[in-house]
Ligand binder design. Structure first.
Ligand code: PGA
Length: 251
């Protein structure tokens, strides 16, 4: 089995025309680290331009609507992302689960629509601080995984990645203990194996939440950590390239 490291940037609601040079710098960083898969998930408005200035860098969206098309004002479909040049998308990010009340069923539908359209899918799961304090983190994340996994994903396991993103670590500068990360990644790997059988060994499990160039190597050294989903630090091309280098050395 060949499981390459995967480092994905999530620019969230950041990114204008003036940031295109930064995207080119990230593409150069990716080209300099050919042993690692790299992608950048951008606002839908920037995807086509990013794809044009950095054609070798896989560009992704940050959400997919469940339906292929229709009367859904303001939404973007999987087909539209592909048409703009995207190759993948995040689904189920906790910021959307919380602010837009996306349910596990919605997220599964999004993942399946994306998969059927031919996109790579990064499915996010993760517990809140409250759930972590109550001792229910493992049960909650296992349940999210079971409820959101797209059917059919195992036909092409390399196109699915799971991002474990504890909500209390996103944008906070805090990361879990290494033991907590290890425990959750092991739980996710077993959940994938139960759901999909041995081919699930190829699905990458990413850690996300306050990853930066300084802490990446320690996190990547953990078993079952196959890469990362990076928010804030992906907006700084030097910092993000530092994370890529760490992945190239450690994963
Ligand atoms: P962060 O965000 O790296 O800024 O903590 C991670 C994410 O939300 O994917």
């Amino acid at each position: 089995m060949m499981r390459r490291g995967l480092v994905v940037g999530n620019w969230k609601m950041h990114g204008m025309n003036a940031d295109l040079p930064k995207i080119c710098e990230i593409a150069e960083g990716a080209a300099a680290n050919p042993g690692v898969d790299v992608a950048l998930c951008l606002p839908a408005t920037l995807i086509e331009r990013a794809h044009r200035v950095a054609p070798g860098l896989p560009i992704g969206g940050q959400d997919i609507h469940q339906k292929r098309e229709g009367p859904y004002t303001g939404s973007v479909s999987a087909g539209m992302l592909l048409d703009a040049g995207a190759r993948l998308s995040i689904v189920g990010h906790s910021e959307r689960r919380a602010a837009l009340r996306e349910s596990d069923a919605d997220i599964r539908a999004k993942a399946e629509t994306g998969f059927e359209a031919g996109l790579g899918v990064i499915l996010c799961v993760g517990e809140s601080a409250e759930v972590r304090r109550s001792g229910q983190a493992v049960a909650e994340v296992e349940a999210q995984l079971r409820a959101c996994l797209p059917r059919g994903a195992v036909d092409d396991p390399f196109r699915l990645a799971i991002a474990y993103e504890p909500i209390w670590c996103i944008g906070t500068g805090t990361i879990p203990t290494l033991l907590e990360i290890m425990e959750m990644h092991a739980v996710l790997r077993s959940g994938l194996l139960v759901a999909f059988g041995p081919r699930a060994a190829e699905i990458r499990i990413l850690y996300g939440g306050s990853v930066n160039a300084a802490n990446a190597r320690t996190i990547f050294a953990l078993p079952e950590v196959n890469g990362t989903l990076v928010g804030g630090a992906s907006l700084d091309s030097h910092e993000f390239t530092g994370i890529l280098r760490a992945a190239a050395v450690q994963i």
